[in-house]
Design a protein around this ligand. Structure first.
Ligand SMILES: Cc1cc2nc3c(=O)[nH]c(=O)nc-3n(C[C@H](O)[C@H](O)[C@H](O)COP(=O)(O)OP(=O)(O)OC[C@H]3O[C@@H](n4cnc5c(N)ncnc54)[C@H](O)[C@@H]3O)c2cc1C
Length: 288
């Protein structure tokens, strides 16, 4: 497996922002992954795991260490009621597969960017459903090369939280999903309805990483509503803008730098806190 140097990261993220990875690789198997993790330990490289890059913002300039893309972990296999999916399979590919095979339970993720590994890490959610409902088990390789299986309840899922967030040295390599059975046509219609709804809301019109902040459901405080109420819709720093159509989206309006986005995130946090006392919690992961 090749390890590349100075690889531009912007094309690998949906924000289309960020500098270069000092080192970069794309392992195709657990063996290759373990090999590269071993090399990183020997060289004392920091390791950053990258899925579809749809919830991550790399800073401008050089990103020290090794960025490991999981995109080559492909494969979808049925095993009774469970379906084993490689961490690098995109949600779009999985949705297309589910439609063809008549496997239901994923329709809510129609149009969700990113990989199944990233969604499992983030506990991605949409249309009142979330990954925790279907994740049955996760195969993990840790940075020391040890492999283990975590069952669903051990992941301690809650709103936009998983145990993986406490263990940055765990790599999700494969996920077992519990899916039902339905007619392909019904699944297609439901999946497509979600994707179309996102499209109609302008979610794909500009590069972004989706919602920048978590919603506070315990206090019924959607972050977008709070940001809108303090008058920040359309507010801009450099090429980064609070989206007119959805105040919880920061968009790259063209020519933005990662620094513009970071400064805009800070401005929103400060303004919201000063005016309302609410402390927003970031959803997008920043890697410097
Ligand atoms: C237009 C748009 C709409 C969106 N809508 C939604 C939405 O409705 N709901 C929602 O929840 N999110 C949404 N998002 C955010 C994003 O798509 C999801 O969070 C997605 O699940 C992230 O997956 P990813 O593969 O892109 O992860 P990445 O962005 O690559 O990574 C995110 C985090 O997961 C970690 N990670 C990724 N893969 C692995 C792995 N295999 N092992 C260990 N760690 C890993 C990374 O290190 C990083 O910390 C949206 C984004 C966009 C651009």
């Amino acid at each position: 497996m090749m390890i590349y140097q100075r690889v531009p990261l912007a094309p690998l993220t949906t924000f289309r922002l960020g500098g270069e990875a000092e080192f970069f690789c794309e392992p195709c198997s657990k063996e290759e992954l373990k090999e590269v993790l071993h090399l990183s330990r020997q060289n004392q490289w920091r390791v950053v795991i990258l899925g579809g890059g749809s919830n991550i913002l790399f800073a401008d300039g050089l990103i020290r260490g090794l960025v490991v893309s999981m995109r080559a972990f492909q494969g979808i296999e049925e095993e009774g009621e469970w379906v084993w999916v490689g961490a690098g399979v995109s949600m779009e590919t999985l949705n297309d597969w589910a439609i063809r095979r008549g496997r239901s339970g994923l329709e809510w993720s129609g149009g969700l960017p990113g990989t199944v590994g990233g969604a499992t890490y983030m506990n991605a959610r949409a249309y009142q459903h979330e990954m925790s409902e279907i994740v049955k088990a996760v195969r993990v390789v840790d940075f020391s090369g040890k492999e283990f299986l975590l069952t669903g309840e051990k992941i301690h899922y809650r709103y936009k939280y998983s145990l993986f967030m406490e263990h940055e040295d765990w790599v999700i390599v494969e996920i077992a999903l519990g899916l039902g059975v339905a007619s392909s046509e019904e699944i297609r219609q439901r999946t497509e309805a979600c994707r179309k709804d996102r499209e109609s809301k302008g979610q794909y019109a500009y590069p972004s990483a989706g919602c920048a902040f978590k919603n506070d459901y315990s206090r019924n405080l959607p972050a977008g509503k709070v940001i809108d109420e303090v008058g920040l819709k359309g507010f801009r720093i450099g090429g980064a803008e609070v989206y007119e159509k959805h105040a919880n989206f920061i968009i790259n309006k063209g020519g933005a730098t990662a620094e513009d986005v970071i400064r805009l995130l800070e401005k929103i946090e400060e303004e919201v806190y000063t005016k309302t006392g609410v402390r927003l919690e970031r959803e997008v992961k920043i890697v410097r």
